[in-house]
Design a protein around this ligand. Structure first.
Ligand SMILES: *Cc1c(COP(=O)(O)O)cnc(C)c1O
Length: 295
């Protein structure tokens, strides 16, 4: 089975009075359009992980995530599409929600585990699958050097150059891949990471783990809105306005926070006039379904 998924991820300009006033141009790379389920960075991260599984003749993907994990869902859909069996080990007691419904619909088997055991993923993997020669371990969020390699290919696709590239950070794998891509192409582009967690400084260590050369980049740690999955009225209002103005769906966990950061930084004169800014829409819009009550 060929692991090919044609990448459709155009770059769209986001027009806005604020950007005009600042004399800057802002673009969005539409990784959300890569696939309806295996969206955004999750496909980029899985690509070389699945290739490795194939090389090792493994036919059963085993991975980990919270009950709303975009990575679990992407893995479920990729497994179905490319002919793997899949198991998702889910943190916390058994629940059902829209994400897990879609995981099951794609044939993923779900195992729920208490939060304490969840911390040690290799031990969990061995507990359930030590006798399954076909089982292949994929870390939470697809965090890996293979994942970073897949994400670096985003830069290969660019036909224009940018002064800034922004993306939202969870594990930091996507950020590391993009930074490596910028280095490989010797671009004069500042990379800006927006951690979606509180006290996001720790992400620097996670990003640096997967960098091929050590380089400087910018962390914007003030856009977590209270922490992972947390929102407030400002963020929700911003998202509603953005979607209504552009016709592009975004969600509050990742892309919403990253775009909010760009608008806020623009209003604070962060960007030099004539700057070109590229934001990465990393997908994940199914996550909206679990957050309807916030809107
Ligand atoms: C998982 C995810 C991220 C975070 O990617 P990392 O590589 O873990 O930093 C960003 N955006 C969306 C939509 C995601 O689903």
């Amino acid at each position: 089975m060929q692991l090919n998924l044609e990448i459709f991820s155009p770059v769209h300009q986001i027009k806005n009075q604020l950007f005009d006033e600042q004399g800057i141009k802002v673009f969005l790379k539409r990784d959300d359009l890569i696939h309806p389920i295996i969206s955004g960075n999750k496909w980029r991260k899985l690509k070389y992980i699945l290739k490795q599984a194939q090389i090792e003749n493994k036919t059963h993907l085993v991975t980990f995530g919270g009950a709303y994990s975009n990575h679990l869902l992407a893995t479920a859909a990729a497994a179905a599409k490319f002919g793997f069996k899949a198991t998702g080990i889910v943190r916390g007691e058994e629940v059902n929600n829209d994400t897990l419904f879609l995981c099951r619909l794609h044939g993923m088997n779900l195992l729920f585990t208490d939060r304490e055991s969840y911390r040690d993923k290799p031990t969990l993997f061995n507990k359930y699958f030590c006798n399954d020669n076909n089982a292949f371990f994929i870390d939470e969020g697809g965090s890996s050097a293979e994942g970073a390699k897949g994400c670096s290919e985003l830069i290969d696709e660019l036909t224009d150059t940018y002064d800034h590239i922004f993306c939202a950070c969870g594990t930091g794998t996507t950020a590391a891949g993009i930074i490596n891509g910028i280095q490989q192409h010797k671009l004069n582009t500042q990379f800006n990471a927006v951690p979606v967690f509180k006290n996001g400084d720790f992400i620097r260590e996670e990003i640096d783990k997967f960098l091929t050369t050590s380089v400087d980049y910018q962390l914007h740690t003030d856009y977590h809105f209270g922490g992972y999955g947390k929102t407030d009225e400002r963020l929700i209002k911003f998202i509603k306005q953005f979607v209504a103005d552009t016709g592009i769906l975004i969600e509050p966990v990742y892309t919403g926070k990253m775009l909010y950061a760009i608008y806020d930084l623009a209003a604070k004169n962060y960007f030099k006039p004539d700057s070109k800014v590229l934001a990465i829409h990393s997908g994940g819009i199914w996550g909206l379904l679990g957050m309807k009550d916030k809107f």
